[in-house]
Design a protein around this ligand. Sequence first.
Ligand code: SF4
Length: 772
Amino acid sequence: MRDTVTPTHCPYCALQCGMNLTPAPDGRAVEVSERADFPVNRGALCGKGRTAPAVLSSSVRLTSPLVRSAGGALVPASWEEALARVAGGLGRTRAEYGADAVGVFGGGGLTNEKAYSLGKFARVVLGTSQIDYNGRFCMSSAAAAGGKAFGLDRGLPFPLEDVPRTGCVILVGSNPAETMPPSLRYFTELRENGGTLIVVDPRRTKTAEQADLHLAPRPGTDLALALGLLHLIVAEGRTDEAYIRERTSGWEETRAAAMAHWPEYVERITGVPVPELREAVRLFCEPEAAMVLTARGPEQQSKGTDTVGAWINLCLATGRAGRPLSGYGCLTGQGNGQGGREHGQKADQLPGYRKLTDPAARAHVAEVWGVDPDSLPGPGRSAYELLDALGTDIRSLLLMGSNPVVSAPRAAHVEERIRSLDFLAVCDVVLSETAALADVVLPVTQWAEETGTTTNLEGRVLLRRRAITPPEGVRSDLEVMHELAARLGGDRNLEKGFPTDPEEVFEELRRASAGGPADYSGITYRRLAEENGVFWPCPAQVDGPLNAGSTGIGAGTAETGTSTAADPRGIGGAGHAPRDAAGLGALLDDPARADAAGRLDTADGASAARPGAAPGIHPGTPRLFLDRFATEDGRARFAPVSHRAVAEEPDDEYPVLLTTGRVVAQYQSGAQTRRVDELNAAAPGPFVELHPRLAERLGAAEGAPVAVVSRRGRAVAPARITTAIRPDTVFMPFHWAGEGRANTLTNPALDPTSRMPEFKACAVRLEAVEAG
Ligand code: SF4
């Protein structure tokens, strides 16, 4: 038993670091060791990953279902009783108020198999349109902007290994030094190779400290910042006119919008001095290749889609997108934030990243599911709107893999809405703050106890493997859906459509995704195991059946293919890929190089096949858009956007801006990481980061409690005084519940396209608090 080493992946963030697990002598816990063969992290792990096994054997781990007693307490119950109660609660609501009165809320940490099954469960078993997930709060603005610009959203359209080879990276609202530390080496290597790093962040974060240039705009003004940069790019004649002409549309309108944003005007809005804007433009435009990478900063805004669009505009105006070692990408946050949004747990989507409103998509998926397309509900509410409707239009909720009492905006209101439900069922591994409010809590298996796939921030589909036997008393989410389908389906035998074997679910997911934007049909568990991951889109064998169990990729795997990808030094000679037409042509004219660069597969699944791949077997697509974009005409679309203020500007009553974010030792709502001693010791609780000038005005000392008050509530946490933040801004991490809950304060104003709430900027005032 002890020598059984299982290669798998971390349960937490979107980097999905590879790790090896070895069962500990007690057979319940596992030991983590380095897994150097996985290229993304090359063995490196952050503290969260190293300590992840602690949650498996934690004393607060749930190992028995809990049901709400007549006296109001949660008490242990049998699985039979708990499942009967869940089926009864959801079924009663459906019978009394209609299917749309039952809501389903999923999570970006669920495996692809679970996310797929949950979307199917909602639409086929419950018949409800009311399903969404916490990924809506994560990267939905980048997904919307990427879809608009390129016709396809995949977090990074290139592997991370391209980052050190480019000439300049603008990292917007991202702090990988804290959120995904092993990824920092890509930016370190970039600088060692002579490239430059520009960080855009209101705070001088650990990542910003390593930058060649740090731009610190007021929270919520980076749309204006991007417009100011585009203005200077045009004014200084740094646009790539041939590229704009041949590969884009919508330039004139966008150019006009940018020219209305004079640098001095942008300086007044953002607080970023004009010389810094000019320097950023110089650093970005001079190299042959460059990238813009965004994360939650620009995305978690009520204008997040436009803000990301404005940053994409920079890549289009300078001819970066769809060029080797260049372009725009989003650093997704949650472990399966990418896959979680592709397979149907989003309010408006079907598996394969298909639109729920597309008749052809409905027909295809309905056929796979064996149901009438007309029986499939239409789009439902987005995550916050769904939570806001609890207790009114939505009377019962099934929640899986999420803790909105801590992670949703305007959290006190959301908590109140959850408390007003007729019935709440939660599947979780610990009694999270949301689970504590449930009528029934179902204890489920965790990452190391089950097999399943995730899709990391690069679009690389990965196999997580079971390493240990789950404790007695827990069941997998897939088993829960199987059992509930049996109980809620009447005599329709719906449980047959909900296998409990993850590979069986994945085989169905392959068929459901076939032909869709996120096509997984050519990916099998066997390939994932042998190739260490496969990038989508990966269509099945072109003229044959699904290539179940297919092998033969050999040296032409996605992994080996990417590692031989266009080496800039062999082409551009100066450390950067060529931007000139001749150099790019040379790259794309050389079949071996072009294939290794991962040409965009479009209608022809074989077009990306690379030498060494077995005939008819698609190798996966590490790099997108090199030939054309995924829009109908193959052109990328500029976003003609203009500056807008944050939804809630500071005023006399609330004169300061609050922005929220993460710390390195905690993950998301902290439901798991707050239960790990080592992580708690490193990050024991929330804090309010503020500038010395603000602290002086308030009379607050380091460590003294400070109250932060917004129109939605009040939070109290110790002061952390630092010059690393703007004097007009305070920062709070959002991992904690209780009086230090940052999301008590945040503003649920929604982006009109992505329905993303405004987590990153709201008006607050500070109050001194007597130490208790
Ligand atoms: Fe890697 Fe993220 Fe896990 Fe840390 S939390 S080990 S960065 S996957």
